[in-house]
Write a protein that binds this ligand. Structure first.
Ligand SMILES: C[S@@+](CC[C@H](N)C(=O)[O-])C[C@H]1O[C@@H](n2cnc3c(N)ncnc32)[C@H](O)[C@@H]1O
Length: 220
């Protein structure tokens, strides 16, 4: 699904998004959202922040937060949630594949359940690497192709429907893509036959990620 269709799709889904993922997500993810929130530190950028479902899990270790998303509808939900939680966050409508921030702007850059949807996940990962400080951390909570063959076969079967209706790919090997770009996974937790993965990683050295050493070095 291209960017414009994704934006329109998530604008349409936004009002009912939290309800639609509610119980199913709690059963599938267990405490991974809480662990994701606990891994965020310092000046934090959440890429594809959606309706802000992770905001309740941010800890006091987050000193400043910024969220970006393609969909204005999802950002409006995130804005309401942040206000209810009295949690200050700057929300920006932007494409994960071209983040509107200078190099090395954040201590933590995070993304959850969205690299399955972003049209070019490698481009988004390069941008994540670019805006993360070299000594910072990248926190990824994603669903990926399962290492268990029958489960992966089921994902292959279902993926075309998900792709068609919500732009979500079930068979991406997102963590492998990240490692191939030079990210180093420092810790990892998995759930549900290895489908859901929470990884805390170090960003790649700038050249390994295909980034120029100067400002605005994204290669996307
Ligand atoms: C399945 S939702 C996940 C939202 C949120 N991260 C969560 O965990 O609930 C996918 C989100 O990715 C956003 N998205 C898709 N492609 C994007 C892109 N290229 N740039 C920024 N956001 C994007 C959608 O608008 C949507 O909010």
């Amino acid at each position: 699904m291209n960017r414009d269709r994704l934006r329109a799709t998530y604008d349409r889904l936004a009002p009912g998004y939290d309800r639609s993922v509610g119980l199913g997500e709690r059963l599938l993810l267990g405490d991974l959202r809480r662990a994701y929130g606990a891994a965020l530190r310092g000046e934090t950028l959440e890429v594809a922040v959606g309706s802000g479902l992770n905001l309740p899990h941010y800890s006091a270790a987050v000193t400043r937060s910024v969220g970006v998303d393609l969909s204005g509808g999802m950002l409006a939900r995130a804005h309401d949630r942040a206000r209810e939680l009295a949690r200050p966050i700057t929300l920006v409508q932007a494409d994960a594949q071209r983040l509107p921030f200078p190099d090395a702007s954040f201590d933590t850059v995070s993304v959850s359940l969205a690299l399955c949807t972003v049209p070019d996940p490698a481009a988004a990962l390069r941008e994540i690497a670019r805006v993360c400080r070299p000594e910072g951390r990248v926190v990824l909570l994603e669903h990926v192709r399962s290492p268990v063959a029958p489960v992966a076969a089921l994902e292959r079967l279902l993926s075309p429907f998900q792709e068609r209706f919500i732009g979500c790919h079930l068979t991406r090997a997102t963590l492998k893509t990240a490692e191939s770009l030079g990210f180093t996974v420092r810790s990892e937790r998995t759930r549900m036959f290895g489908i859901f993965r929470l990884a805390v990683a170090s960003p790649p050295a700038r050249r390994a990620a295909g980034l120029s050493p100067g400002v605005g070095g994204a290669k996307a």
